[in-house]
Design a protein around this ligand. Structure first.
Ligand code: GDP
Ligand code: MG
Length: 203
């Protein structure tokens, strides 16, 4: 997929917010500091689309970007930032879960996991939440440039083991916003999600 146009379509987060159309949506989720903004920027070939910041936990809203006029990339706020009060983290969960269950056009979720850190409890919760709701998902391992090939292989294997067959090897894509590795694969996977069947209404 070639990125021809990107349109900031706004931020939505309140229960009453109504989304303007039913184009398919692909959401990006991950812990604060996982490298989400960097990866989104790299994928879209833009420098500063999603703010990259050294202050984790800053983004609170759900940002929508219309890509090529034909699908939405949805930037979910980062989670699991332990320095934030429990109430704030709980609010995040409600906002995100409401979006994930309420969106009629959700084609899938890209779950970002730092390749050096593996799964945190918050990642596991999200992955099992998605699996239970039958929402298509991919795991993008971030910062792959930080590990050597053998270490990387081990990480992928233990992650697959940990998820006990709920995730297939082809659903896990090592990526690097720095080198660009895995970005073409991820974009192709996003395209496949979009052309696949959208989440059934009411499920
Ligand atoms: N080595 C390396 N560092 C990265 C990569 N992606 C992000 N980072 C760094 O990780 C930190 C968090 O990145 P950011 O995109 O703001 O994460 P976010 O909080 O998930 O949006 C920053 O210091 C980035 O420079 C990558 O692919 N490789
Ligand atoms: Mg960010």
């Amino acid at each position: 997929m070639k990125i021809k146009s990107i349109e900031a379509a706004g931020a939505f987060w309140r229960p009453g917010d109504i989304f303007p159309d039913d184009l398919p949506q692909v959401a990006f989720a991950g812990r604060s500091n996982v490298g989400k903004s960097s990866l989104i920027n790299r994928l879209l070939g833009r420098r500063r689309l999603a703010a990259t910041s050294a202050t984790p936990g800053k983004t609170r809203k759900i940002h929508f970007f219309k890509i090529n006029g034909f699908f939405y990339l949805v930037d979910l706020p980062g989670y699991g930032y332990t320095k934030l009060p429990v109430e704030v983290r709980e609010r995040w969960r409600h906002t995100v879960e409401r979006f994930l269950t309420g969106s009629r056009a959700l084609a899938g979720v890209i779950c970002l996991v730092d390749i050096r850190r593996g799964l945190a409890e918050a990642d596991r919760q999200l992955l099992f939440f998605l699996a239970n709701k039958n929402i298509p998902l991919l795991i993008a391992l971030t910062k792959a440039d930080k590990l050597k090939f053998q270490q990387r292989k081990k990480t992928v294997e233990s992650l697959l083991m940990e998820l006990g067959g709920a995730i297939l090897p082809e659903q896990v894509i090592p990526t690097s916003a720095q080198s660009g590795e895995g970005c073409a694969e991820l974009l192709a996977a996003v395209e496949a999600l979009i052309s696949g069947p959208a989440k059934a209404e009411g499920s």
